[in-house]
Design a binder for this molecule. Structure first.
Ligand SMILES: Cc1cc2nc3c(=O)[nH]c(=O)nc-3n(C[C@H](O)[C@H](O)[C@H](O)COP(=O)(O)OP(=O)(O)OC[C@H]3O[C@@H](n4cnc5c(N)ncnc54)[C@H](O)[C@@H]3O)c2cc1C
Length: 168
């Protein structure tokens, strides 16, 4: 797994590959991890172009979080899905905004252990990480924010505690 650390939207083109080191990013920087940005990043990665997605918000799908609670898409779910993923079975034909939020998040599922991610934030002193799976395929598998990682870490710790105490 390869991780690219960025200071969210601040230093376009500059990577903090390791603490205290800078390197020029030789690839395409996509601004915004909405449907358009993620679709563009996906297409570029498929074409073998390294991509870094910069998102200004602390969580994915922020515009959808701010929209009306009753909002449903007015486009069919089959026409509204991100490339390579479908809305799960049982999703309404015109999905509720919560399904859209879930969909965007599932597209960028972090595949790493939360403890490793927390250590990496510490090491790189960064606020956001774009995670790609390897240098050959260069598939983005996750965009992690520190708050999200710390939440996952505490969920893992809680699950372990309940396993040890026999609650699970
Ligand atoms: C009420 C409403 C209902 C809609 N319903 C539908 C529908 O049913 N079907 C449909 O196809 N479309 C619908 N749309 C349009 C929908 O918003 C777009 O289709 C889709 O979300 C556009 O994706 P996008 O990636 O271009 O923009 P967005 O989803 O807005 O994503 C842009 C992303 O870029 C980030 N960003 C912005 N500026 C910066 C910056 N300077 N640096 C870093 N990151 C940045 C934002 O935080 C955001 O995450 C609707 C829009 C609204 C307002």
């Amino acid at each position: 797994m390869v991780m690219i650390a960025t200071h969210r939207g601040m230093d376009a083109g500059i990577l903090h590959a390791e603490a205290g080191q800078q390197a020029i990013f030789d690839g395409v920087i996509v601004i915004g991890a909405g449907g358009a940005g993620l679709t563009a990043a996906h297409a570029l990665l498929k074409a073998g172009v390294p991509v870094m997605v910069l998102e200004k918000e602390a969580r994915l799908a922020e515009p959808w979080h701010r929209r009306h609670a009753q909002l449903h898409l007015n486009t069919h779910r089959d026409l509204s899905a991100l490339p390579g993923v479908s809305f799960p079975a049982g999703t309404l034909a015109f999905p509720h905004r919560s399904a859209v939020i879930r969909h965007l998040n599932e597209f960028l599922q972090p595949q790493m252990n939360a403890k490793q991610a927390a250590a990496m934030f510490d090491q790189t002193k960064s606020e956001a990480l774009v995670v790609i799976n390897d240098l050959i395929e260069r598939k983005v598998v996750g965009l992690l924010t520190e708050s999200y990682t710390l939440r996952r870490y505490s969920e893992e710790l809680d699950r372990r505690r309940r396993e040890v105490s026999g609650e699970l």
